[in-house]
Design a protein around this ligand. Structure first.
Ligand code: MG
Length: 291
């Protein structure tokens, strides 16, 4: 099932998107609940909670008549993100941001976070932070939405904790990222986490084997399969839940393939007017203009 958060008729709604992606049927709920977006459909045990068919749904609306928002407009806490998680991407950045990193990249994942407030919708503008950074870069990523929470989740049980998947652009200020030992500042500027266009539930998509692609102004820059992840999704869930309770609705961005602007020779950073489109097979696409 595809679950979307959208503006229609001056209000935020949550709805079920048709298989063809052309319409969305609002789920009737308290407007206060709808503010939480798709989180309102994830029950305390992590399962999908939809009102029963007895009048619980509204009339389908054309997707073109609504304004899609990020499926989780404000995550309940920071977005977990994984750095350097595709073999080819780790290689392309080996001489730059990681030059002072002595850790064995194959031993433990790099995990950092983005603040919840930097999330924006699948077609929202991303604001270039003029005067703060000159090196803005894109990162096309598959994001996992946690269903059932838990702590110390074992790898072999981890997929049972996945509610679904969505797309994020882990927008990054490279100069700021490299200036600080921790990456959070360079990853968390306002509008730096486009997300969407909806959440696809785990029964409909195998996130461990799908294709992630990213374009800048129509030029294909990133193209990889999630089977190429250094640390696969079960390992990431196991790692992030070691001593930390994961909650329903938590989001883990799984890392980006090779082909970021910093990895090009010479590097090519984003400028005003550039459009980044990310597509993941089985989910759909997001497209954001940088202004
Ligand atoms: Mg990333």
């Amino acid at each position: 099932m595809r679950l979307a958060t959208f503006q229609w008729n001056g209000q935020r709604h949550v709805g079920v998107v048709a298989a063809d992606g052309q319409s969305v049927t609002p789920v009737r709920m308290d407007p206060q609940q709808a503010q939480r977006g798709v989180l309102a459909l994830i029950g305390p045990d992590g399962d999908l909670v939809l009102p029963d068919s007895g009048g619980g749904r509204g009339t389908p609306l054309a997707i073109s008549d609504v304004q899609l928002e990020a499926p989780v407009p404000v995550p309940r806490r920071n977005v977990f993100c994984v750095g350097r998680n595709y073999h080819a991407h780790a290689k392309e950045l080996s001489g730059s941001v990681f030059k002072n990193n002595n850790t064995n990249p194959e031993a433990w994942p790099i995990v950092f976070t983005k603040v919840p407030e930097c999330v924006v919708g699948p077609s929202a503008d991303v604001t270039l932070p003029v005067g703060v950074s000159e090196q803005i870069d894109y990162e096309s990523e598959l994001a996992v939405v946690i269903g059932r929470g838990g702590r110390n989740i074992a790898r072999d049980k981890a997929m049972g904790h996945v509610f679904g998947y969505t797309i994020v652009n882990d927008v990054t200020a490279r100069d700021v990222q490299m200036r600080h030992s921790q990456w959070d500042l360079g990853k968390s500027f306002d509008t730096f986490c486009p997300m969407g266009p909806w959440v696809v539930t785990a029964d409909e998509l195998d996130g461990t084997n799908t294709r992630v692609r990213g374009w800048v102004n129509g030029e294909l820059r990133q193209d990889a399969l999630t089977t190429d992840l250094i640390f696969d999704i079960p390992t990431l869930i196991e790692t992030c839940s070691r001593g930390i309770t994961l909650y329903p609705g938590d989001i883990i961005a799984t890392g980006t393939p090779a082909g970021v602007g910093m990895g090009l020779n010479p590097p090519q950073y984003l400028k005003a007017g550039d459009v980044v489109r990310i597509e993941i097979d089985g989910i759909g696409s997001i497209e954001n203009r940088f202004v």
